[in-house]
Design a protein around this ligand. Structure first.
Ligand code: PRX
Length: 631
């Protein structure tokens, strides 16, 4: 058996041989002729000449060996339902969905926007798109009309798949009115809308445009839609994510590279085998849902569990009851969820037999030591932190226990994963930092390994200028995270270098929130910063300058305006982006040249020392913030 160090070295030094071996983990219709074409950096093309299909690898190829095994179990503690689909049943449902999409005019290369709660039909829709070579663009159900409209305009979907409603804490959350409003706001108009009617809230259908899944499903009950063999480089999906500017970026993924990367990660990182059960508590609207609820586990021939509901309802034992019932072997969640559970009665963890679990993987935000220790004591399995991004699609830093069992180091997500040539770069000089324990920007020397983003959807220029300009003249991808590496190669992540914040594992751009708040008629100017929070990791806090402050000395008037601003964010972006507080100030802290001093603002909001303020225009602006936050 090779050591991980050796495995990693091979992946970097003999890149093409290494990935040619990994490529055998998936089925190809035509084998690739070239492993990696990096003739036009930073654009990497993986497995050139090969043709394959993600849906074939996730579904069809398992029919022979495990057709009757559960492939997808959709559990909702909101509607009290559990639906299990064998690979054979999933195959049939996906073909019905694929036939329905084709009937609605979707063709290879077209986009299909999916705005859905965590129901099995969302998985059918994603796999159906993959099957016919259409690109899905899943928009998180927690986003509201404004966010949805901007994504509709960018993706220009031919069809939108949605539902009457989701449900949260036992209350139906209507999706259809938000979708209707988004389509009203959007410039681009979809040809058709396909709706899953869960019977949660009444829906008004627009004739000619809206279709019910139940009707189309019935029409296509016996549909046989073969997998479209796609070039490895054919885009499989776009997924929007936030960055420094207000406009979200469509992260574009390929087909073959993604299939290989996920298959390899299931083997080497998760040490998983066909027939085992994977339970990721994320949402299909996020990258974890794409890679580790849908594609990764299914490609590996595992049973995957899709969960709609809270971790605490009907009680805080619900996830462990699922682990016991379905003999879950691999569980994947986020630190915030564990912190939520930690506040509940620990007896819930003792109520169920969780001995089937091999490990718990946590990602999406920093994992603090007390949280890791608590869940590790409770479950008695390894707790494995893993660090990655929407852009990369699979872990950059973690432990590859499938290659070599390594000890976790609390506070560190682990080591550089095979294929990622991770470097730390000094921001000031652009030099690589090679000594242990130096702080730099976590960066990856190109090419990015298979499975990572190909480009920004329809914006190659933005891909290059956003990610690849940290060091002029060098093909180095920036993660926009600070990090350090210890003498043994373990990395520690120290927060973002840009204006992205992380609320309960949800990545949000502060600029987007600022744009939404500024569109309120009584807001002249606003700054949003991420402030440390014990439960959610960070929360968004807004500091706004009103146009007309008359009457705002009155607390009730301030509360009313604060409520209005929050409602506006809820309506445009969704409750996930709602700031925890909106403070009204007379001025924002700026430099003499007018640059907002975000870091100083954030420091003061967290009760820290803001550091050097010699360039500051008006020190009183910060003093005002200090007294408000302290009050
Ligand atoms: O800042 C890092 C943080 O989340 C960002 C990526 O978020 P997203 O695109 O939503 O992808 C999440 C995929 C798991 C990163 O740039 N982040 C992610 N994982 C960790 C983390 N920060 C610390 N530790 C982690 N394990």
């Amino acid at each position: 058996m090779t050591s991980y160090a050796e495995f990693y070295r091979q992946s970097i030094d003999q890149r093409d041989d290494f990935w040619a071996t990994q490529a055998r983990l998936v089925d190809w219709q035509t084998p690739p002729q070239q492993v990696c074409d990096y003739s036009h950096p930073p654009f990497a093309k993986w497995f050139v000449g090969g043709t394959t299909n993600l849906c074939h690898n996730a579904v069809d190829r398992h029919l022979a060996d495990r057709g009757e095994q559960a492939a997808l179990v959709a559990i909702s503690t909101e509607t009290d339902t559990e639906r299990s689909y064998s690979f054979r049943e999933l195959h049939a449902e996906v073909q019905r969905m694929a036939a329905s999409l084709l009937a609605l005019g979707v063709k290879k290369g077209d986009r299909v926007l999916i705005y859905m709660p965590m129901v099995a039909e969302a998985a059918f829709a994603m796999l159906a798109c993959a099957r016919i070579g259409a690109l899905h663009s899943v928009v998180f159900g927690g986003f509201a009309s404004g966010s949805l409209a901007s994504r509709i305009d960018d993706a220009e979907p031919v069809v939108i798949v949605s539902a009457d409603a989701g449900s949260r804490g036992g209350k139906a959350v209507a999706y259809k009115p938000l979708l209707d409003e988004a389509i009203r706001q959007a410039r681009h108009q979809p040809g058709a809308v396909l709706l899953v009617d869960r019977g949660l809230v009444p829906m008004e259908l627009e004739s000619g445009r809206d279709h019910l899944w139940n009707d189309l499903r019935a029409e296509h009950m016996d549909a046989q839609v073969p997998c479209e063999w796609l070039a490895s480089t054919h885009p499989s999906y776009t997924l929007y994510t936030s960055g420094t500017t207000g406009k979200p970026k469509g992260v574009q993924r390929d087909t073959g590279g993604y299939a290989v990367a996920l298959a390899a990660s299931m083997k080497h990182i998760f040490n998983a085998r066909a027939g085992q059960t994977f339970f990721a508590t994320s949402d299909i609207g996020w990258v974890v849902g794409h890679s580790y609820i849908i594609y990764g586990p299914l490609i590996a021939g595992m049973t995957t569990i899709m969960y709609e509901g809270l971790p605490t309802r009907p009680d805080a034992g619900v996830w462990w009851s699922i682990v016991e019932k379905y003999q879950v072997t691999h569980m994947f969640s986020a630190p915030t969820a564990v912190r939520v559970l930690k506040k509940q009665d620990p007896a819930y963890l003792k109520k169920y037999d969780v001995s089937s679990l091999k490990a718990l993987w946590l990602a999406g935000e920093p994992l603090d030591e007390p949280t890791a220790q608590w869940i590790s004591d409770a479950l008695q399995v390894p707790i494995i932190d893993n660090y990655w991004q929407t852009e990369t699609g699979w872990p950059i830093l973690t432990l590859a226990n499938g290659i070599e069992q390594q000890t976790t180091r609390f506070g560190s997500p682990g080591k550089a994963m095979y294929g990622y040539h991770v470097k730390l770069i000094d921001e000031a000089t652009g030099q690589e930092l090679t000594e242990p324990n130096q702080k730099g920007v976590v960066a990856i020397e190109g090419p990015l390994p298979p499975g990572c983003m190909q480009t920004v959807w329809r914006d190659d220029e933005r891909f290059v200028s956003t990610y690849w300009s940290t060091i002029p003249g060098r093909q180095i991808y920036s993660t926009f995270d600070w990090g350090i590496r210890d003498a043994d190669g373990y990395y520690f992540i120290l927060g973002r270098t840009d204006d992205v914040i992380n609320v309960a594992g949800h990545r949000l751009g502060t600029r987007e929130i600022e744009e939404s708040i500024s569109s309120h008629p009584n807001i002249a100017e606003v700054a949003v910063v991420g402030v440390a929070d014990n439960l959610k990791g960070q929360v968004a806090m807004a500091f706004a300058v009103p146009r007309d402050a008359t009457g705002l000395e009155d607390a009730a008037a301030r509360m009313k305006l604060e409520g209005e601003v929050m409602k506006q964010v809820d309506k445009q972006l969704g409750a996930v982006a709602r700031p925890s507080r909106v403070f009204f100030v007379t001025a924002l802290p700026k430099t003499r040249s007018g640059k907002l001093l975000r870091r100083a603002l954030q420091a003061v909001a967290e009760g820290r020392d803001p550091g050097d303020l010699t360039t500051m225009e008006d020190p009183a602006a910060l003093q005002q913030v200090r007294s408000m936050v302290a009050a």
